[in-house]
Design a protein around this ligand. Sequence first.
Ligand code: OAD
Length: 260
Amino acid sequence: MKLNKDAQEAVSAINPDEMDVVIGWLKGAHKVSVLSGAGISKESGIPTFREAQTGLWAQYDPEKLATAAGFLNDPPLVWRWYDWRRQMLDSVKPNAGHQALAELEQLISEFVVITQNVDGLHTVAGTQNLLELHGSIRRFKCFRHGHPATEEIPLGLTEPPRCYCGSPLRPDVVWFGESLPEDIWKQAVLTAENCQVMLVVGTSGLVQPAASLPITAKRARTRVIEINPTPTPISDIADIYFSGPSGEILPKILEEFKKK
Ligand code: OAD
């Protein structure tokens, strides 16, 4: 996973003709995918990463908190930061955007959500066909060998518990400088190559390799629709860009899809 440059700022509005076109594409497709990012969970109350002021990386240093070197340097610090983020999840629920995607899955024959999010909210909303590219903050594995933790890890620990092999446990997420889980990445690329429509929702499109998936889809002549209040590098290749919060736009797409 690599960091790229910042996104630019601008705004546009939803055009009803474009909504008709999108619904036509979705109705005509039997393979639809979604690439989601932190923006889809924002309306649930979970901060994004790169937004000025409110984004996590505006307040915390990813080198210290989201790298293996950071963990080695100060395991309790990294543990407590993820523990805080896990505690945040205790009080949040999926929003109308997550729910609309879970319902669309029931209406389209092959529907896959590829997410960069580690919050698990797509699953809580009922999405079944899910590829978690960056892992899950709700799972743990050992730092040295990757042994999955089988026991429940309570909230509130101030330092990492130990694996049976003696190594400290870490969250089962992908840190900067690490590779994505190979099998999940392969499935995501196949999905992008084979779908007819891809919705790109709430991602800055700045983190590789996830950000390459809409480009892979485009090369395979997939229709790419972006939903984001702020344009991103993906806006340049999207066939249609809907500007606004996904908690409003995705339910609107679902509503129009059900009407026609
Ligand atoms: P970012 O924080 O980079 O981008 C969030 C995007 O969501 C921005 O483009 C916002 O404009 C958009 N956004 C904000 N509010 C929204 C809303 N209500 N509806 C829709 N979109 C909205 O988050 P990601 O692109 O997901 O990795 O970041 C990718 C990865 O970088 C993350 O998975 C994370 C991070 O470092 C790890 O920590 C493993």
